[in-house]
Ligand binder design. Structure first.
Ligand code: CS2
Length: 463
């Protein structure tokens, strides 16, 4: 039997319920990119805000391409459970904030109708780094957007025209992706696209909409069929959209909304004037360490984050990357304690119940590395410091994209393979981080940085 509004009463009492009538909530938010991360993070904050009394913030979740999430959530009336796996056991909660799921590429106009509805005040996004279609230097790759079709830019441009023509007010567009200055990136990229397709729409967007920056944090491992079976054993009904995560969740949001917003701050989100110190620390320390664990761990034949951090060689190396290189590259805000932050991250990484796959983190490295490692390398270079641990992780990534750990999952896989084919091991450093390299634009490596990279490649390759 499937989880749905009709079977909710069968759930065991220990599963926390929404505490509001989920089916009667009006829509206030459209989310682009409804995946496991959104279900374990933004959907939970909104659910809690509604449970605390701030009603009518129902979410329409959109998948940009695949109907898979719609097909699992539609028969469940949008309901799903979140299991928080902590050191002292698991907590389960039923989430009621998702009212409807649509597929953006479907011929019906469901997404468009949701985006132009006067009730919709907010669009949140988790489309991953590659969903922004930026070049390595951060600028919008117009050709890639055109070639992909059906991108966030296409959907939002059409929705803006609809709202403008009907005299409906603008939206707050809240990027929840792991990009430095994600709000600024969205504003600049969307602005550039709108000016390209219709400059009058660009000025409507600039006047009517805002793009607050955010820092989102919660570790959400990909769900396995065994997880779904285990959740069913507890629930007594089958939840095909279940997500499993850690107890920790953080959301820091820039106070820059075009209109109304849920009282997320009443349920743990931080609304601040400047997100940058939190976002940069999270990207370079948490995500930077994650990527290092992924490539060094896979190279050593490991599978999960908790295994890699416990490894006697990789663990200390990643701790130095986090403390001596990433943290050292930052200018903390008053009261921001980076030492305590690093300690807390290491405890989260060690959580053995999460089973967070290194392979999941290793995907899309070309999109992640610029803000996780290269920004930190550049800040340290400017301060005259060398970063042996970050360089060693970068060398491991170069071998990863050669295919050393198996097939790679990266939007630039073809270009990376071509770079290896033409440059070989002697030329790959230049082909990737040289002046005209694939990842040029953020970091200007010194001669000694290139030498360390080349040496580390040789050592790793000889193992
Ligand atoms: C991870 C992130 O897959 C990855 O690249 O580093 O998804 C990470 O788990 C989250 O950002 C944690 O908030």
């Amino acid at each position: 039997m499937r989880l749905s509004a009709a079977t909710v009463d069968r759930l065991p009492a220990k599963v926390a319920r929404p505490g509001y009538d989920h089916l009667s909530q009006r829509i206030g938010i459209v989310h682009l990119g409804i995946g496991a991360f959104m279900r374990a993070h933004q959907a939970v904050f909104t659910d809690r805000a509604m449970a605390a009394g701030d009603r009518d913030w129902g979410i329409v979740g959109a998948s940009l391409r695949s109907p898979a999430v719609r097909d699992t959530l539609a028969p469940q009336d949008g309901l799903f459970t979140v299991t928080e796996n902590g050191a002292d056991g698991a907590n389960m909660r039923l989430i009621g904030s998702v009212r409807d799921v649509v597929v953006a590429s479907a011929p019906n106009d469901d997404l468009h109708h949701a985006l132009v509805s006067p009730d919709t005040a907010i669009v949140t996004l988790t489309v991953t780094e590659k969903g922004y279609h930026r070049r390595a230097d951060g600028s919008l790759d117009f050709a890639a957007v055109e070639q992909a079709g059906g991108t966030i830019y296409h959907h939002l441009a059409r929705a803006f025209a609809g709202r403008r023509d009907a005299g409906i007010s603008g939206l707050s567009l809240v990027s929840c992706d792991n990009l430095a200055d994600n709000g600024g990136v969205l504003a600049a990229s969307l602005g550039a696209w709108l000016d390209h397709v219709d400059p009058t729409l660009g000025s409507w967007f600039a006047r009517e909409c805002t793009c607050p920056s955010t820092m989102v944090d919660r570790i959400v491992p990909a769900v396995t069929p065994a997880d779904i079976d285990a959740v069913e054993a507890v629930l007594g009904v089958r939840d095909e959209a279940a997500v499993l995560t850690e107890p920790f969740a953080q959301w820091v949001i820039e106070d820059d909304f075009a209109g109304r917003r849920p009282r997320w701050d009443a349920v743990g989100a931080q609304i601040v004037t400047d997100v940058a110190p939190y976002e940069t620390a999270k990207l370079r320390m948490l995500n930077g360490a994650h990527s290092a664990l992924a490539y060094l761990g896979l190279q050593a034949g490991l599978s999960y984050v908790h295994e890699a951090i416990a490894d006697p060689v990789i663990g200390p190396s990643v701790k130095r990357l986090m403390r001596d290189e990433a943290a050292a590259s930052l200018d903390p805000a008053p009261g921001q304690d980076l030492t305590a932050y690093a300690d807390a991250l290491l405890i989260r990484f060690a959580n053995p119940t999460l089973r967070h796959a290194l392979r999941q983190i290793a995907s899309d490295g070309s999109q992640k590395i610029p803000q996780r490692w290269l920004a930190s390398l550049e800040a340290n270079r400017a301060r005259g410091r060398t970063c042996p641990e970050t360089l060693s992780a970068l060398a491991a990534w170069m071998l990863h994209v050669r295919g050393d750990d198996g097939p790679i999952d990266d939007p630039r896989a073809t270009e990376l393979a071509a770079a290896w084919a033409s440059a070989g091991r002697d030329g790959i450093v230049d082909a990737v981080v040289g002046e005209r390299g694939l990842l040029a634009g953020i970091w200007r490596p010194r001669v000694q940085d290139r030498a360390i990279l080349a040496d580390t490649l040789t050592i790793f390759d000889g193992r």
